[in-house]
Design a protein around this ligand. Structure first.
Ligand code: ADP
Length: 550
C-alpha cells in the first residue's frame, strides 16, 4: 500500500523533526563529544540520501555499516532505508571469514567504516574477491588512505538538505542483519519497512519498552546488533534525546555519559551491566539518579543483578529477543495484579524473560509434539510468529526448511511458561546439559551461582562424561581478594540445598574471563572448546562419587 499509507519508517523521522527540532542527539566519538539537534539531523540525513543517489545507489541496493554507536551511524538508520535502499549493519567483531561471507552474500555496494575499525575491515578485505567492487566511506572528518575512503563529512558536504523521500511499500526491504552463526554460516535476516514500523509501534506500547519525549535514551547494545534492539527508531518515534556511547565504551565512559547527559533509559547485554556494577563496587562514584530503566536482554539477566540495580532505584526490564524478531519478543513487566505482591515474588517474575509483546503469538511444543501446559514446570521449544518476525532467511532455502514450521519460527530456545504467562528460558537447545537422560538448565545454575558474593561471572557447560553422558562444570570469574576455597565450599553447599544432588556441578573452575561472542554473550562454544575435555571431569569426580541419578 504505497502513497504514504504504508507502514514505513519515514513518518517517525518526519515527526521528530517537526515536533522536536531542538531535541538533541549526542555522541561520544573519536573526535570528542558531538551534539546535533533533530533539525540538524534531518538536514544531514537528507544530504546523506542525496550523496547516496549521486553515488548511484538505487532502490533495493544494499548499503553497509561497520561502525560503533554514534550519530553518523544513526544518520544511516533513516537515511538509507528512507531512500528505498537497504541498510546492512555488519558486526565488526565477527571473524574475517564471516565478514567476507556476509559482504558477498549481501552484495554490499558501499561500506561506511569507523576509523577504529579500518584495520579490521582492511584485513578482511585484503585479497578477498568478496570485496571486489565495494567502496568505503570513513565515518569522520578525515578519510582513510588504506581503504581509499573519503571522509563521511566530505561525502555528504556538497549536497542539498532537501530530499524528495519516495513513497515506499511496506514490503520494501529496509534492513539486514546476520545472526552470529554459532553453528555453520551466518544467516541473513531481512527487515522490511513494515516489520520495523510494527516493531517500533509495539515497543512504544506500555508493555513494550516505551519512551517519552522527556526521555534520554542511550543504547549500549551495538547498532550492529539487531538495530540496537530498535531503540534508535523507538527514541525517534517518541522524540526523545539520544545518547550514543561511541567506540568500545568502558564502564567509566558509560558512567560519565549517564551522569553528564542525564540518561533515563539504557539497554545492553548482561555483561555491560555487570561491568558497571563492578566499576561502582570497586569504589568509583557513578550518579545513577537520572536512570529510570535499564533493559537487559540478549542473555539471561541474573536475579542478583536485577536486585543490585533495584537497590539503586534503577528498574531492570528483562527482555528476550532474537535477530529473527527485529528483535523484541518478550518483556518482563509486572502484571498489575502482581504489584501488591511481596518483593521476592515480584523479582522472581521480573527475572523471567517475560510476557509476550502485544502483537505476537507463541506456542511451546514438547518432545512429543504436544503443546505444554502453562504451569511453570513443563518445557518445550518455543515457536513464535507475528508482524515483525521474519518468515524466511535471506537466500537460505535449506535453513528455511529447518527453522520454520507451519508459519512459526522455531526459536531453538527451551522454555517454560507459568500460570501468569511469564515465559522463562530454560536453555538453548544446544546448551542444555544432558545428564543421565535428564536435562539440567545451564542458565538456571549460572544465575544461582552469580548470586554468590564475590562471583562476577559464571558460565556452566556440559562436558562429556562416560557414565552420565554429560556433567555440568562451572567456570567462574571472581573479584580480587576472594577466598577461593571458601567460595567454592559456599557455592557447593548452597547448590546442594537448592537443587537435586545431580544438578550440582562436578567442578568449579576459576578463569580470568568468560569468553564472549561477537555480540557480547558468554560463548559456551569457546568454553567447551577450551576446557571441555573429559579429563577435567574424570579428575574432578571419582567414579564412585558420581551422583546417583536413577
Ligand atoms: P545469536 O544467536 O547471534 O546470539 P541473537 O542475538 O539473535 O543471535 O540471539 C538470540 C538468542 O539469544 C535467543 O534465541 C536466546 O537464546 C538468547 N537470548 C536473548 N535474550 C535472552 C534473555 N533475556 N535471556 C536468555 N537468553 C536470551
Amino acid at each position: 500500500m504505497p502513497g504514504g499509507h504504508a507502514q514505513t519508517l519515514r513518518p517517525f523521522m518526519w515527526r521528530a523533526e517537526r515536533l522536536y527540532p531542538d531535541t538533541e542527539i549526542v555522541s561520544r566519538t573519536h573526535e570528542g563529544r558531538t551534539r546535533h539537534t533533530y533539525a540538524e539531523y534531518a538536514d544531514r540525513t537528507a544530504r546523506l540520501a542525496n550523496a547516496l543517489d549521486d553515488y548511484g545507489i538505487e532502490r533495493g541496493d544494499r548499503v553497509a555499516t561497520f561502525c560503533w554507536n554514534h550519530t553518523r551511524h544513526f544518520e544511516t538508520y533513516f537515511g538509507v532505508p528512507n531512500t528505498g535502499a537497504q541498510l546492512h549493519t555488519i558486526n565488526p567483531l565477527l571473524p574475517d571469514e564471516h565478514i567476507q561471507y556476509i559482504v558477498d552474500d549481501a552484495d554490499d555496494e558501499i561500506i561506511f567504516v569507523d576509523p577504529s575499525l579500518a584495520e579490521k575491515i582492511a584485513g578482511a578485505a585484503e585479497g578477498a574477491a568478496e570485496f571486489d567492487g565495494v567502496d568505503f566511506v570513513a565515518m569522520g572528518s578525515e578519510g582513510i588512505d588504506a581503504l581509499d575512503a573519503p571522509a563521511y563529512e566530505e561525502f555528504i558536504a556538497d549536497h542539498s538538505t532537501e530530499y524528495d523521500w519516495p513513497d515506499l511499500d511496506g514490503d520494501q526491504p529496509a534492513g539486514l542483519c546476520y545472526t552470529s552463526g554459532t553453528t555453520g554460516k551466518p544467516k541473513g535476516v531481512e527487515y522490511t519497512q513494515s516489520m520495523l514500523w510494527s516493531h517500533t509501534m509495539a515497543s512504544q506500547t506500555p508493555q513494550g519498552i516505551p519512551m517519552e519525549d522527556s526521555d534520554v535514551v542511550m543504547p549500549v547494545v551495538p547498532m550492529f546488533h539487531v538495530n540496537a534492539w530498535g531503540m534508535p527508531f523507538t527514541a525517534a518515534a517518541a522524540g526523545a534525546k539520544h545518547v550514543y556511547p561511541g567506540p568500545s565504551p568502558d564502564p567509566a565512559d558509560l558512567g560519565a555519559l549517564i551522569e553528564e547527559e542525564g540518561v533515563t533509559i539504557s539497554a545492553g547485554v548482561p555483561t555491560v551491566w555487570l561491568g558497571l556494577r563492578e566499576h561502582v563496587e570497586a569504589g568509583n562514584d557513578v550518579d545513577l539518579s537520572t536512570l529510570d530503566t535499564v533493559i537487559i536482554g540478549g542473555a539471561a539477566a541474573p536475579q542478583a543483578l536485577i536486585e543490585w540495580y533495584d537497590e539503586r532505584g534503577v528498574e531492570v526490564l528483562h527482555a528476550w529477543g532474537m535477530t529473527e524478531l527485529s528483535p523484541i519478543g518478550t518483556v518482563s513487566h509486572l502484571k498489575s495484579d502482581l504489584r501488591e505482591a511481596d518483593y521476592e515474588t515480584q523479582v522472581n517474575k521480573r527475572s523471567k524473560q517475560g510476557l509476550v509483546a502485544p502483537g505476537l503469538e507463541f506456542e511451546v511444543i514438547d518432545e512429543d509434539g504436544e503443546e505444554i501446559p502453562w504451569d511453570g514446570e513443563a518445557f518445550g521449544e518455543l515457536r513464535i510468529r507475528g508482524p515483525w518476525v521474519t518468515k524466511e532467511y535471506f537466500k537460505r532455502p535449506e535453513a528455511n526448511e529447518e527453522e520454520f514450521v507451519d508459519g512459526w519460527l522455531k526459536t531453538g530456545d527451551v522454555v517454560t511458561v507459568d500460570e501468569d504467562g511469564y515465559m522463562q528460558l530454560v536453555d538453548r537447545t544446544k546448551d542444555v546439559i544432558k545428564s543421565g537422560g535428564e536435562w539440567i538448565s545451564s542458565v538456571e545454575l549460572e544465575n544461582a551461582i552469580m548470586a554468590y558474593d564475590g562471583v562476577s561471572e559464571a558460565a556452566v557447560v556440559g562436558v562429556p562424561h562416560e557414565r552420565w553422558q554429560e556433567r555440568p562444570v562451572a567456570f567462574i570469574v571472581v573479584a580480587e581478594g576472594v577466598d577461593r576455597d571458601e567460595l567454592v565450599e559456599r557455592i557447593e553447599t548452597g547448590l546442594r540445598d537448592e537443587y537435586p544432588k545431580w544438578w550440582v556441578p562436578d567442578a568449579v573452575e576459576f578463569i580470568d574471563e568468560v569468553p564472549k561472542t561477537a555480540t557480547g554473550k558468554f560463548s559456551k562454544k569457546d568454553l567447551r572448546e577450551q576446557y571441555g575435555d573429559q579429563s577435567l571431569v574424570d579428575g574432578a569426580v571419582p567414579e564412585d562419587d558420581a551422583p546417583e541419578q536413577e
